[in-house]
Design a protein around this ligand. Structure first.
Ligand code: SAM
Length: 290
């Protein structure tokens, strides 16, 4: 993560191409950042890192009754599982679950919960771009817009490995940010944080700038964090790839998956005016001889 002087802010990038000009992702695997992020995951007053328990349980009820029970799902893979709130809840409901996440504090929390409650859930601290996911899963979940946060090559890699990890008849539930919500990532906002914020323990001034790149359907969100003690500026950024269903179809097909259903939310809504999410259920394509 680059640290610049306050005076250099004036020369900051103002029309970036996401992933080309904006390369630094959130430091998900940094121990301190992941501890601070864990606090956000566990804060039930907002849905900013994980869904609050009420929302999450409504989503899991829908997933269970519409997809898991009719298809007799027993084993579930959770990609970017965070502190395992979903995975451990599925394990409480009787599923055998494996979760992968790169954040050490989140995985530690997930494991401790599973151990304390003797749940059938295993958690691995891994970058999902760097590993295979084993095999034998009936279903996979990749939620909370995280499919948008990888570039197209990385996303294809993850989908190929997901497909390989699924048993015949297996399927993946993908929860994207809708293209419109990616397009709406424009504008600028200043905030002050007195202490113990996501981006630092000490008080800071926070400039967030959002950019949408029409040609590539990509967005970048750049956070400039100005330390109020020494005026050093740290930069955190995250890029998003937007997709329509038509964009997704060939990508999924080339990774051995076919779309079987599409919704506006993880509770199965359809026909919303301006949905924030796009949920796609994609099933493993059986190749001849399998
Ligand atoms: C918004 S949170 C969602 C957590 C969880 N899916 C949920 O709904 O509660 C995103 C998670 O993705 C994880 N993550 C980001 N990039 C990753 C990567 N390359 N490999 C594994 N995990 C990653 C982060 O550490 C973080 O825990």
């Amino acid at each position: 993560m680059p640290i610049i002087n306050l005076s250099e802010l004036v020369n900051r990038i103002t029309n970036p191409v996401p992933w080309e000009d904006v390369k630094y992702n959130f430091p998900w695997n940094d121990p301190d950042f992941s501890k601070r992020m864990l606090k956000e995951h566990l804060d039930e007053s907002h849905d900013l890192a994980s869904r609050s328990p009420g929302v999450m349980n409504r989503q899991l009820d829908w997933i269970e009754t519409t997809w898991f029970e009719p298809r007799e799902v027993k084993t579930v893979l959770d990609l970017t599982c965070g502190p395992g709130l979903i995975a451990n809840e599925l394990a409480r409901r009787g599923y055998t679950v494996r979760g992968f996440d790169v954040a050490p504090a989140a995985i530690d929390y997930a494991r401790k919960t599973a151990t304390r409650e003797a749940l059938p859930a295993i958690f691995n601290e891994r970058d999902i771009r760097a590993i295979g996911y084993d095999a034998g899963y009936d279903a996979a979940i990749f939620n909370y817009g995280m499919p948008n946060s990888f570039n197209k090559e990385e996303f294809s890699l993850i989908l190929n490995r997901t497909r390989d990890a699924l048993d015949p008849g297996g399927f993946v539930i993908l929860e994207f940010n809708s293209l419109n919500s990616i397009k709406n990532k424009t504008g600028r906002e200043w905030r002050t944080v007195s202490e113990n914020g996501l981006f630092g323990e000490r008080p800071y001034l926070w400039l967030q700038e959002n950019f949408y790149h029409e040609e590539n359907k990509t967005a970048a969100v750049i956070h400039y964090i100005i330390d109020l003690e020494n005026a050093g500026v740290r930069t955190y950024s995250i890029c998003y790839q937007g997709y329509t269903r038509d964009d997704l179809e060939p990508i999924l097909n080339s990774c051995g998956l076919k779309i079987v259903a599409e919704f506006d939310s993880l509770t199965g809504e359809t026909g919303l005016d301006d949905p924030v999410n796009m949920v796609v259920i994609a099933e493993r394509i059986e190749s001849e001889g399998e």
